[in-house]
Write a protein that binds this ligand. Structure first.
Ligand SMILES: [Zn+2]
Length: 267
């Protein structure tokens, strides 16, 4: 089985993580740009960060046999520093056009403020301009309301719904996302938010059409092996290997698009 983690913050992972991922069959990842914990104070840090994930992290992953691509965007949390947000939105087009940028994201809402709304809408416009898929982050608090609002706003922009993934979905939201025609992304954590056990229930209810699964693999308590572990659990619970393979490889490739990913090792 071959694995693609479509949402992992590799800059927070160790070389052991990369080794273990490779040994387990992870061959491709997408690293969405996001916040860094510590709030950034100048546009220069964004420039360096975007370059770092597009260039250095890609090279680091490749050393371990893993193909690494990115999504680039102004994250919702830092959209609340409006002066800085404007500066970031100004430099964003340069990075959206770069090799290795396969979508705009993570966008969306965190605390659901006016400033977040403004940055979200501006970037949805950019997605159209640059013909990029959209990766949307949904708030971990007040999940259903945040997701419904996100769906309503994205719909205003009249995208092909299959060029949009709404991530961090849970039992509360998968149905509303799929019913709206979008991809539903599921971020697995070891104990909180959404576990592999809970995701397995979602899989057996909704199947594997327009559904992806990822680890986030960030600097909080997370586990970059969770896509692999979830696949093992699905198999133990009776899913076919073909159905699992589609979930953990074909689906992310379909969402981002082979023409953008330009993976060297095809299936
Ligand atoms: Zn993330």
């Amino acid at each position: 089985m071959k694995f693609f983690d479509p949402h992992i913050h590799c800059i927070s992972r160790t070389t052991d993580d990369y080794e273990n991922m490779y040994l387990a069959g992870v061959r491709a990842v997408v690293e969405p740009s996001f916040w860094l914990g510590q709030p950034r104070t100048s546009v220069g840090t964004f420039i360096d960060y975007f370059s770092m994930i597009l260039e250095w992290e890609r090279e680091r992953a490749a050393t371990f046999g893993i193909e690494h691509r990115c999504t680039i965007g102004l994250n919702p949390k830092e959209a609340n520093n409006e002066k800085l947000a404007d500066e970031v939105l100004e430099i964003l087009p340069d990075f959206l056009a770069r090799e290795g940028c396969v979508a705009i994201g993570e966008l969306g809402y965190d605390s659901i403020t006016d400033a977040e709304d403004r940055a979200f809408r501006k970037q949805l416009e950019m997605a159209k301009e640059f013909d990029l898929p959209v990766m949307v982050h949904t708030p971990h608090r007040d999940k259903a309301r945040g997701t419904q609002l996100t769906i309503d706003v994205v719909k205003e922009f009249d995208f092909d719904p299959l060029s949009v993934i709404i991530d961090h979905s849970t039992e509360e939201t998968t149905k509303m996302i799929l019913d709206a025609g979008f991809w539903a992304g599921h971020t697995l954590y070891p104990a909180t938010k959404l576990t592999k056990e809970r995701f397995a229930n979602i899989f057996f209810e909704f199947g594997n059409e327009h559904i992806t699964v990822n680890t986030s693999g960030d600097w909080g308590k997370s586990d970059p092996m969770l896509v692999v572990k979830a696949a093992a659990m699905l198999e133990q619970r009776g899913a076919s290997r073909e159905a699992i393979q589609k979930l953990v490889w074909d689906n992310p490739v379909e969402f981002y698009g082979e023409n953008r990913l330009k993976l060297e090792k095809r299936k």
